[in-house]
Design a protein around this ligand. Structure first.
Ligand code: PGA
Length: 261
């Protein structure tokens, strides 16, 4: 990881923890972070929508050094879109980061590259930072198509941005075969993919944009593998699913991501 980019460690709670459980988890996280050496790492948690207000209240009242995040948002800012939650609603709750285009949303809910680009625009339009997920399937990897797949997804995401707002973007490299499988990418494979992502951004938007981009790795991250993944030069943080539900593990991962002082 470059000294110029602050690591970002994000906990994606997915569809877990009701608001009572979420309050408990956020308080627990706050207690464990007291005195933990994580000052040089940005942290975010991404609870389900129904938990956001409760978690916001705990994080703000207890002064927990963790940003509030969401897992998704609507394309439009308001209107007749039954069941959707808009980016302005999230911004009002002090949400700072929004995951966009997670592979579960692409695969299970039919989100196309175009929908992902529209959501990226909605997040940025409302002053928040998108974490755009990209990644290849096992079949694509075995067919030698990883670079093509990542390039296509990053190019599609860049459609959402003009040059000025690009610095706000975070890209999460999440190979589908590593998510929830217990089989994380090797640090070398994760580094290769992160370098591809950064080089696409640099090629399209200039070296400075490439150098500024924060690239997370996600997929079966645990306290045991976090440090070696984050040590890769193009990886600037982690997107953590299962292990983030346990505050002790999440804090251990955050500490592992702390750059050496
Ligand atoms: P996992 O999920 O850590 O449980 O593999 C990661 C993700 O989907 O963001």
């Amino acid at each position: 990881m470059s000294a110029r980019r602050r690591p970002l460690v994000s906990g994606n709670w997915k569809m877990n923890l009701d608001h009572h459980q979420a309050i408990h988890a956020a308080r627990d996280l706050g207690l464990r972070l007291r005195g933990a050496d994580t000052a040089a790492v940005d942290l975010s948690v991404h609870p389900p929508f129904t938990d956001l207000r409760s978690v916001q209240t705990v994080l703000e009242a207890d002064d927990v050094p963790v940003a509030l995040g969401a897992q998704n948002c609507a394309v439009e800012d308001a209107g007749p879109f039954t069941g959707e939650v808009s980016a302005p609603m999230l911004a009002k709750l002090h949400v700072e980061y929004v995951i966009v285009g997670h592979s579960e949303r692409r695969r299970l809910f039919g989100e196309t590259d175009e929908v992902v680009a529209a959501k990226l625009r909605a997040v940025v339009r409302n002053g928040m930072t998108p974490i755009c997920c990209v990644g290849e399937t096992l079949e694509e990897r075995e067919a030698g198509e990883t670079t093509t797949r990542l390039t296509g997804q990053v190019d599609a995401a860049l459609e959402a941005f003009d040059g000025e707002i690009l610095p706000a973007l975070v890209v999460a490299y999440e190979p589908l075969w590593a998510i929830g499988t217990g089989r994380a990418a090797s640090p070398d494979d994760a580094q290769d993919a992160a370098r591809v992502i950064r080089s696409v951004v640099a090629a399209r938007r200039g070296d400075e944009a490439g150098a500024q981009l924060r690239v997370q790795y996600g997929g079966s991250v645990t306290p045991a593998n976090a440090a070696e993944l984050v040590a890769a030069p193009d990886i600037d943080g982690l997107l953590v699913g299962g292990a983030s539900l346990d505050p002790a593990q999440f804090v251990a991962i955050a500490r592992a991501a702390h750059p050496p002082v």
